[in-house]
Design a protein around this ligand. Structure first.
Ligand SMILES: NC(=O)C1=CN([C@@H]2O[C@H](COP(=O)(O)OP(=O)(O)OC[C@H]3O[C@@H](n4cnc5c(N)ncnc54)[C@H](O)[C@@H]3O)[C@@H](O)[C@H]2O)C=CC1
Ligand SMILES: O=C1[C@@H](O)[C@H](O)[C@@H](O)[C@H](O)[C@H]1O
Length: 341
C-alpha cells in the first residue's frame, strides 16, 4: 500500500456528537492529520463545524467530499444505516477509513462490506471499537496475554448510561451499547461468541415506557468461557463501564474509576463520569492517533471489518433472544484469509 501524504487530509462524515468531537480531536489533540472536509446531510451543521477549522470545506454529499483532492482518508461518524454507502464509496477511491461502530447495522450489509474490501485485496477499515485503546483495558489485555492468571473462565461486565436518548428501543441496548462488550469479549479472550441469552428483569421506573431496561446478557464462547453483561442505560447517576475477568489462578478488574478518592466533611468518594465522551476521552484520542499513524505508514491496524461483521452477527442473536426468549446461536461465515482466516 502506498505511503500517504505527510499530513493527512481527513474528511469527517457526520458532524453530530461524535463527529464534531473527532473534528476537535484531529485539529487540537492528535498529530499528523488535519480536517479538510466535513460532511453532514444537515448543511447548516456541516457549515458550523467547518467554520471552526481553517481551510475546511463543508459538504452535504459524502461522495463529493471523497472525490476531493484534499481528502486522503475518511472518518465516518454518521448513523449506522449510512455507513455501508460511505464505506463502499471510500473503497472506490481506495481511501483508508476509521468507521465509528457499528460497521453496519446488520450482518448482511456487513458481509457486503467485507466482500468489497476483499475485492480491493487489502484492508482499508479500522472500526471504532475504542475500548481497545483505553489504558485500563490495554493493561488487562496485556496481563491476560502473560498467562500468569491461567485460562479465563468468566468475564463480568457492567455498562451503565445516565439516560437513553430520545427514540431508543429495547433492541438498541443490544445493538448500540452491548456491541462494545461483544468486541471486548472477542478481543480480550481471543474467542468467538457462539450463543447469546438475554434476560430482562421488570423494567426500571427510570426507563421510558416500553423500554426493557436493564437487561442481563450472557454470551457463550468457543473457548468455553461464559460472559455476562449488565446493561442499564437509564441508571440516572453516571456512566460506568467495568469488567472483571475470572481466571484459573486469579481475577483482574478494570473500570472502577478510582483515579482520585477524596476524604472530606465526614465522607469519602470520587467522581463518576457522566458520558462516554468524558470516560473514554483518552481512548478516543489514542484510537484516532493510532489510525493516523498507521495510515501514514501505509498500514491498517486495529479492529477490522471482520470484527465489525462478527459483532453484527452476535447482535442479531442477541435481538432474537430478547424478542423470542431463550438462547440464540450466533451464525458466522468462515473468516476470510484477509482477516487471518
Ligand atoms: N464509539 C463510541 O463510543 C460511540 C460511537 N457512536 C457512533 O458514532 C456514530 C454517530 O453517532 P452520534 O454522533 O451519537 O450521532 P448524532 O446523531 O449526534 O450525529 C450524526 C450526524 O450524522 C448526520 N448524518 C445523518 N445521515 C448522514 C449521511 N448519510 N451522511 C452524512 N451525515 C449524516 C446527522 O445529520 C448528524 O449530524 C454512530 O455510528 C454511533 O453508533 C456514538 C456514540 C459513542
Ligand atoms: O457507543 C456508545 C453509544 O452509542 C451507546 O449508546 C452507549 O451505551 C455506549 O456506552 C457508547 O460507547
Amino acid at each position: 500500500m502506498a505511503q500517504r501524504a505527510q499530513t493527512l487530509g481527513v474528511a469527517v462524515i457526520g458532524t453530530g456528537k461524535m463527529g464534531a468531537d473527532h473534528v476537535r480531536r484531529i485539529e487540537e489533540v492528535t498529530s499528523g492529520a488535519r480536517v479538510t472536509a466535513v460532511v453532514d446531510v444537515d448543511a447548516e451543521r456541516a457549515k458550523a463545524v467547518a467554520a471552526r477549522v481553517d481551510h475546511c470545506t463543508a459538504y452535504t454529499d459524502p461522495a463529493a467530499a471523497m472525490a476531493s483532492a484534499e481528502v486522503d482518508a475518511v472518518l465516518i461518524a454518521s448513523p449506522g444505516p449510512a455507513h455501508e454507502a460511505a464505506l463502499l464509496t471510500a473503497f472506490e477511491h481506495d481511501l483508508p477509513v476509521l468507521c465509528e461502530k457499528p460497521l453496519t447495522p446488520d450482518s448482511a450489509s456487513a458481509l457486503r462490506v467485507l466482500r468489497a474490501e476483499q475485492e480491493l485485496g487489502h484492508r482499508r477499515v479500522q472500526v471504532g471499537f475504542m475500548r481497545r485503546y483505553d489504558a485500563e483495558y490495554m493493561k488487562l489485555k496485556a496481563l491476560l496475554e502473560t498467562g500468569q492468571l491461567g485460562r479465563p473462565l468468566m468475564l463480568h461486565n457492567r455498562h451503565r448510561n445516565v439516560a437513553s436518548p430520545p427514540g431508543w428501543t429495547s433492541e438498541m441496548l443490544i445493538n448500540d451499547s452491548v456491541t462494545h462488550e461483544m468486541d471486548v469479549t472477542r478481543w480480550l479472550l481471543g474467542h468467538e461468541i457462539t450463543a447469546v441469552t438475554v434476560l430482562a428483569p421488570s423494567p426500571s421506573g427510570n426507563a421510558p415506557d416500553g423500554i426493557r431496561d436493564p437487561q442481563f446478557v450472557v454470551f457463550e464462547t468457543d473457548g468455553g468461557a461464559i460472559v455476562d453483561v449488565e446493561i442499564y442505560v437509564n441508571c440516572g447517576f453516571g456512566y460506568q463501564v467495568q469488567a472483571e475477568v475470572v481466571c484459573e489462578r486469579g481475577t483482574a478488574r478494570v473500570g472502577d474509576g478510582h483515579a482520585m478518592i477524596t476524604h472530606a466533611a465526614g465522607r469519602w468518594g470520587g467522581i463518576i463520569a457522566q458520558d462516554y465522551i468524558e470516560r473514554f476521552a483518552d481512548a478516543y484520542d489514542r484510537e484516532v492517533q493510532a489510525w493516523v499513524d498507521a495510515t501514514r505508514r501505509g498500514e491498517v491496524t486495529g479492529p477490522s471489518a471482520w470484527d465489525g461483521y462478527a459483532v453484527a452477527a452476535v447482535c442479531e442473536a442477541g435481538v432474537r433472544s430478547l424478542q423470542e426468549g431463550g438462547r440464540a446461536a450466533v451464525d458466522l461465515v468462515d473468516r476470510p484469509a484477509l482477516y487471518g482466516g
